[in-house]
Design a protein around this ligand. Structure first.
Ligand code: MG
Length: 380
């Protein structure tokens, strides 16, 4: 049985365009199903998480990352008796607005858009499900429930929040989103902290010896080696990582349940009125998690070989943006039409171009770059 403080589909704040309920599926199940069938979801397959897709077939992409987030988020949601379908929907949609080339792409596009309202990937994910998907006769986007949309909009700057109506209210009033949204937010972090270690080791950019300096890794590593002293190679890595993921999930579940009980939370309104999120880790685990994040930032995300990708991503995104902005007649017809339909101001033009670039996969962006700037390349 779901808890009283879980999100309940029948009490949803509803969709922007009212639709009647259907038999056999809750509103949150419908949200999840719409996300899985969206084009933006399929594009995640060819978008970078940390390592660009063509560097190796085994690295995480945005798609496999999102599936891992959904798995972790659902485990926690079930432990806390929350709505699993809503949790899964938010997890699968949380990166839909991500640009090609990971954070480097997002930073570059944000730079291009600095005079036109900026670019935030969370806000772009909401734009994808609210406006950009073309699936329905009666409305733009996927017309998701309020609860799925608020979960997708994880962060938002204040100037943008002020333009978002009810969706921006919580950033201004400093209230909290549903527990399902909070859980997915931290499941994202559990997923990437662990899979980035795996991908980092696979790439050779970081080593087990380095990781053993970290409390969170060392504790699980010692446990594995005590139980299997002869174990070597990839099995060691996976035995350690599965223990780390499990530890984080259990700590998060126990700490959050204690917080919910202590604050005498009865329903979603109580959740929303809290000054701080209810979902979180124990102080101890929070500290060792921070240590791990600092390590990954310094040794993996800012490794010189990763930085080289950042330079390329910057160049591709900046050059594409500049070419489209200065010469809009090289844009595909449908994007030229969007600019014309919306009044041709520089701000409109920039936003249409940002939507186009953000929607590109890594390989599509590179192809587009070659088509525009490589003399030898053909039209297609
Ligand atoms: Mg993510």
């Amino acid at each position: 049985m779901k808890a009283s403080y879980a999100a309940h589909s029948e009490q949803s704040r509803g969709r922007q365009y009212p639709e009647s309920a259907i038999q056999y599926r809750t509103e949150f199940q419908r949200d999840r199903d719409r996300i899985i069938h969206s084009s933006a979801f399929r594009r995640l397959e060819y978008k970078t998480q940390v390592f660009v897709n063509h560097e190796g077939d085994l690295y995480r992409t945005r798609l496999t990352h999102s599936v891992e987030v959904a798995q972790i988020a659902r485990s926690i949601a079930r432990n806390l008796r929350l709505d699993e379908d809503l949790t899964e929907a938010i997890a699968l949609a949380h990166d839909l607005g991500h640009t090609p080339f990971g954070h480097a792409g997002q930073d570059a596009l944000n730079g291009c858009m600095k005079d036109f309202g900026g670019f935030e990937h969370n806000l772009q994910s909401l734009r994808v499900v609210d406006l950009l998907e073309e699936k329905y006769a009666e409305f733009p986007g996927l017309n998701l429930t309020f609860e799925a949309r608020e979960g997708i909009l994880k962060h938002c700057s204040l100037p943008n929040a002020r333009q978002l109506g009810e969706m921006g209210e919580r950033f201004i009033e400093k209230t909290q989103p549903s527990l399902e949204a909070q859980v997915t937010n931290l499941a994202d972090e559990i997923a990437y902290n662990n899979h980035d270690i795996d991908d980092g080791l696979r790439s050779g950019l970081i080593s087990i010896e380095q990781l053993c300096e970290l409390r969170l890794f060392a504790e699980s590593y010692d446990e594995v080696m005590a139980k299997y002293p002869e174990l070597t190679g990839r099995r060691v890595v996976h035995e350690v990582l599965r223990r780390m993921i499990n530890r984080m999930i259990v700590d998060l579940t126990v700490t959050t349940q204690q917080g919910i009980d202590a604050a005498k939370i009865q329903n979603v309104d109580d959740v929303r009125q809290q000054a701080k999120p209810l979902v979180g880790y124990s102080i101890d685990l929070e500290e060792s998690k921070r240590e791990l994040k600092r390590f990954l930032l310094k040794n993996l995300y800012q490794h010189y070989q990763v930085n080289r990708m950042t330079i390329k991503a910057n160049k591709v995104v900046n050059d594409l943006f500049e070419a489209f902005f200065n010469t809009p007649n090289v844009l595909p017809h449908e994007y030229q039409a969007k600019i014309n339909d919306q009044g041709e101001s520089d701000t409109t033009k920039a936003r249409v171009i940002a939507d186009y670039i953000a929607g590109m996969t890594d390989r599509y962006a590179m192809k587009e770059y070659n088509r525009l700037f490589e003399i030898q390349s053909g039209y297609l």
